[in-house]
Every structure is written in C-alpha cells, then in structure tokens.
Design a protein around this ligand. Structure first.
Ligand code: SAH
Length: 338
C-alpha cells in the first residue's frame, strides 16, 4: 500500500496503532503530500519510525516517461509511468493567474464516447487517490513551480472512480498537504446522475462541469453511450439538485461536431434545455481523433453557435486552444504507447 493513499484520519489511526503519538500524523502527512519519495527525507521523524514506515508502506510518485513542451504557449504534456508500468497523461497550462494542471482519474475509460481517444482501449483500472495526486506532485517537482489550479478532465471518468476521487479531493485540500482550495479545482463528468446527487451531499465545494454535448437524448445517445443509462431529464434533475444543495454554478461542456450537434436547431434546443438554470456553456470545437471520424466546426460555425446561444440568453464561451503544436488531444499520447 502507498502511504499517500491514506486519508489523514486513516494515517492517524495507523500512527496510534503502532504506539506513536498522534502529533506525528500532521508531520508525516505534510512530508508525503509535499512530494518526498522516501521516508528517509522525513528529517523531523525519528529514524526507527521512518524504518517502520518503510516496512509497512511504499511511497511512490509517478515518474516522467515522456514530456512535450509547446513552443507556442509553454503548455507541457506529460506521460507519467505508474508503479505497475501503466501510463497516464497530464497537461500543465499557463494562465495569467498561474499554472493549471489537467489530470487523469483512471487508466483508460469505459464510457465509450464516440469522439474521445481515452476510451478506445477501454478501462484498464482505477487510479488510487495518491496516483491522482501524484500527477500534481510530480509536475510541481519537475517544473520547480507551484500549480495553482486543478482540472480533472484527463483520461477517465472521475465519478466511475468515486471513492478514490473523494479521498483525493480531501487530501489535496488539507492545510498540511497540498493545501489546494476547493474553488481552485474543477471536476468534469460525463453525467453519472446518481453520483452527481451523491456528490452534492459531500459538501466539497469544487467547480462541477458536465459533459453535455447534445440537447436531446437522441443526439446524445449517438455520441455518448452513458445517455442510454441516464436520460437528459434524469441528468438535468440531478444538476438541479446539485445547485439547490451547493448554490454553485454548473458549467456545461459542449464539443461541437460538424453534422452531429452543431446546427442552429441544436443551439435552439440547447437554449431551451438550459433556460432558467444558473449555468455556463463552454464550447469546444471537437479535437479530431485519428481513429474517429469527427469533423470540427470552423471558426465561423463555432461563433455562430455561440451567438445563437447568447441571443437566447445563455452564457457561452469558446474554449481557447493551448499547445496546438503538441496537439495530441485527450488520451492520444497514451494511445501511441499502447
Ligand atoms: N470523463 C469526464 C472527464 C474527461 S474528458 C467527462 O466526460 O467529462 C474531459 C472533457 O473533454 C469532456 O467534456 C470530454 O467530453 C471532452 N472531450 C473528449 N474528447 C474530446 C475531443 N476529441 N474533442 C473535444 N473534447 C473532447
């Protein structure tokens, strides 16, 4: 077991169970989540306790397997290697307010969205809480800089790995760990409605983004198999519940795929679906994936769709593209290694 996978209360339980004083918990927690890679680095911990920790646990951070740096805007794409040899992908982007990292939540994905590269080879396994956090810690060490925002929009469906995501969120929010404020974290889900309801009850006030991508069940089912399990009615009702409980504005992501979801009629139906909701639409011209046949909308079509939404009273922005010269969107870098 990886020492970083324990929550603080689990760590405290372990520390006291081996006859140590509880105050060691905070010290050890802050070393692990500060990015050390061996108990030998815990200089304020007595050597016998460090040895005991080494006997009972491992401390493993993902290692840099490949790194690509954009010459255009400094975006960094990492392939990280896990202790079992699996490969995951993370991206660090530079914004005026600081660095933001996009991290993976699973090795592969089983959601099957028709435009996405991450799901082409299915799901290999879930990431543990510390494997999710390790992407942040390793990137910070590699860049020698603190990362100020986290988006869980890499490979995998975070709510398909629910318990580990919750542990991860609590651990990185902890003051003696990474100390990342909840408002600096965004989680994106393809819309597992039951989990959205569970999450509303957790009192973890991060930003929630929903991958909507279609205004009707019919169109959505053609793009996202998850729409067969959860109708838009169920999804929207879970979103309403989330808003009632948290008062947090939801972002709806909408990847524009030419000929499938990008017509004026679809903009109109989308505006009807979202009317009266406190929300925001993020439009993404779909990133073409080699194995798929999706065509992105051009600049004019994208703007027209945005204007149509705005004229009907729906807030919509177009996602800026970063790292275009190292463009291997969502999971394509990993696929090249399989
Ligand atoms: N499974 C989660 C998070 C990972 S995907 C989810 O579905 O939200 C992060 C976002 O990128 C999602 O909105 C996803 O639909 C979108 N995405 C995936 N492949 C894409 C592509 N080829 N072009 C544009 N957006 C894509």
């Amino acid at each position: 077991m990886n020492l970083g996978d324990l929550t603080k209360s689990e760590l405290k339980e372990y520390i006291t169970s081996i006859g140590q004083k509880a105050f060691r918990t905070g010290q050890i927690f802050s070393w692990i989540h500060g990015g050390i890679e061996s108990p030998d680095e815990m200089t304020n911990i007595p050597i016998p306790l460090r040895q005991k920790l080494s006997e009972d646990f491992e401390i493993f951070l993902p290692t840099v397997y490949k790194k690509l740096v954009s010459k255009l805007d400094g975006t960094v794409k990492y392939l990280f290697k896990l202790s079992d040899g699996n490969i995951i992908e993370s991206v660090v982007m530079d914004y005026h307010h600081g660095k933001s990292i996009c991290i993976s939540s699973q090795v592969g994905c089983r959601m099957g969205c028709s435009f996405c590269a991450s799901t082409l080879h299915g799901l290999e396994r879930n990431l543990s809480p510390f494997e999710i956090e390790g992407q942040i810690l390793r990137a910070q060490k590699d860049l020698g800089e603190k990362i100020s925002n986290v988006v869980i929009m890499g490979i995998g469906e975070p709510f398909d790995n629910y318990d580990n995501i919750i542990k991860f969120l609590k651990n990185i929010n902890d003051e003696s760990g990474v100390n990342m404020g909840y408002r600096h974290i965004t989680l994106s889900t393809c819309g597992l409605a039951d989990r959205i309801r569970d999450f509303a009850d957790e009192e973890i006030p991060i930003n929630l983004a929903i991958s909507l991508h279609a205004p009707t069940d019919e169109v959505r089912k053609g793009l996202m198999p998850v729409a067969k399990a959860y109708s838009l009615e169920k999804l929207m009702s879970a979103c309403d519940y989330y808003f009632e409980k948290t008062h947090r504005r939801i972002t709806f992501e909408y990847a524009l795929v030419k000929g499938q979801n990008a017509s004026f009629g679809e903009a109109k139906r989308l505006a009807e679906l979202l009317r009266g909701k406190n929300c925001h639409v993020n439009l993404i011209p779909v990133n073409p994936v080699t194995e798929r046949n999706n065509i992105r909308t051009n600049e004019k079509e994208t703007r027209d769709f945005q204007r149509a939404l705005e004229s009907m009273g729906i807030n919509a922005t177009i996602r800026r593209e970063l790292g275009a010269d190292i463009n291997a969107s969502c999971g394509q870098l990993r696929n090249n290694e399989l």
